[in-house]
Design a protein around this ligand. Structure first.
Ligand code: GDP
Ligand code: MG
Length: 439
């Protein structure tokens, strides 16, 4: 989706005059991309209308460039869909609460409730997990193993067959033990299984949870809207977790889940491990949908770190300009900061690369700087890096910096990834979008 909408906007951004026809064409292209990305048809129509309205309004207000207005409008429209206008429930220390997880079988409930437990346990809450899934064989062992690994208290039963009884007794016992956060995992529901939906309702009535989290897999696609609506019709869903966003999922289902449940997304799952779990950031999510993910978070992080994102260097980034010298200067800027994790976030193409955490990451970055140090001024300013890096030149750079040829090659690979991100933004006015995306 990101690529499609991004490409449509890019195409526009190359045109100097943007007429009504182009706007219509762009809206159609965006609609097609959204539909292909599993966004529900009614949401697509809603998006088109709000984009049109915003374009019309802004145009009257200021004599701004239509292309910029459109980019902003697309961003805002998607952002608006993701905001149901209610604040999610947040468990707190010393305020006992019960949170129930629901969703289709295989959506990632058991995995996500463990991640959720670990997240709040790290925040200092006394946290416990209850297995109220007696339907699927192995559910008890799965959650128990997860809980043990995450060092979270587990409650379950292999003799009791009634999930309502387990949930009620588990919650009562854990409340007595003064747990702050009691999380109840339920069995997965298939579509049209009314008996299981009734059972879910009974569990909910027995434990009266403070929040019900609807877990959906980003891979579920167009089915999500109906799914989410069915769950919401039966129990008062209050939050959404979107899982499997690491699986090349298109993400459009997330919009449907919010629309159908009128509940905000609270976390996203980005892998099978307990640490593959992130707080949901709508701006970053929309930016990613529009193909500007890396660069918007880059600017945010620069701002957080008090690096002047208005400097010449970053102006060049915003214009899609990039050379080895830009990389060199950027690396010098960010390595002045402390944490390697933060630094990695600031280097597109390296963020999320495993094996680069800690000392190893710092060493790699330093070696990049040494190699860049031993390049000539002409080399640093040469835009065609792949062509520039002949074997003999790489050999010279390796020797000059006391590095190996594979290390020089690795630098070129990282440079290329970084360059891709910078090129992607081209002349898109991402600063305007990141400045105040909510408004
Ligand atoms: P449940 O039936 O809803 O409880 O789903 P599970 O938690 O058992 O997850 C089903 C499968 O999806 C398991 O193989 C999980 O490891 C996997 N899974 C869950 N969340 C994620 C995620 O965010 N990313 C990936 N790649 N896999 C996930
Ligand atoms: Mg499960």
């Amino acid at each position: 989706l990101g690529q499609k909408i991004g490409a449509a906007l890019q195409k526009m951004s190359k045109k100097t005059v943007v007429g009504e026809e182009e706007v219509k064409e762009l809206l159609n292209e965006i609609a097609r991309a959204l539909l292909q990305a599993d966004v529900n048809i009614s949401i697509v129509k809603q998006l088109q209308t709000s984009i049109k309205t915003e374009v019309a309004l802004t145009e009257e207000a200021v004599g701004m460039n239509k292309r910029k207005i459109l980019q902003q409008a697309v961003f805002n429209a998607i952002r608006k869909i993701l905001d149901p206008g209610v604040k999610p429930f947040v468990p707190r220390k010393n305020v006992p609460s019960v949170v129930m997880f629901v969703g289709l079988q295989g959506s990632g409930k058991t995995t996500s409730c463990t991640k959720y437990a670990a997240f709040f346990q790290r925040k200092g809450l006394k946290t416990a997990l209850v297995c109220a899934d007696t339907f699927r064989a192995g559910a008890y062992d799965q959650l128990k193993q997860n809980a043990t690994k995450a060092k979270v208290r587990f409650y379950g039963s292999i003799v009791e067959a009634d999930p309502v009884v387990i949930a009620r007794e588990g919650v009562a016992e854990l409340k007595k033990e003064k747990y702050d956060l009691i999380i109840v995992d339920t069995s997965g529901r298939h579509r049209q299984e009314s008996a299981l939906f009734d059972e879910m309702k009974q569990v909910q009535e027995a434990i009266q949870p403070n929040d019900i989290v609807f877990v959906m897999s980003a891979t579920d696609g167009q089915g999500v809207h109906e799914q989410a609506a069915q769950f919401k019709a039966k129990v008062p869903v209050g939050s959404v977790i979107v899982t499997k966003l690491d699986c090349h999922a298109k993400g459009g289902g997330a919009l449907s889940a919010v629309a159908a449940t009128k509940s905000p997304i609270i976390f996203i799952g980005t892998g099978e491990h307990v640490e593959d779990f992130e707080l949901f950031k709508p701006e970053a999510f929309v930016a990613k949908m529009l193909g500007m993910g890396d660069i918007t978070s880059l600017v945010d992080t620069l701002k957080d770190a008090n690096i002047d994102s208005d400097s010449e260097l970053y102006k060049r980034f915003q214009e899609g300009q990039f050379t080895l010298r830009d990389m060199y200067e950027h690396l010098q800027n960010v390595t002045k900061l402390g944490s390697v994790g933060k630094i990695m976030e600031m280097i597109p193409g390296m963020a999320g690369m495993s094996g680069l955490a800690g000392d190893h990451g710092t060493a790699v970055l330093k070696s990049f700087i040494y190699m860049l140090d031993s390049m000539t001024s002409a080399e640093l300013d040469d835009g065609k890096v792949k062509k520039l890096m002949t074997p003999s030149r790489m050999h010279r750079i390796a020797r000059g910096s006391g590095r190996s040829i594979p290390e020089v090659q690795n630098l070129v690979v990282s440079y290329t990834k970084f360059e891709d991100v910078v090129k992607k933004i081209g002349k898109m006015n991402f600063k305007q979008m990141t400045a105040d995306p909510g408004s």
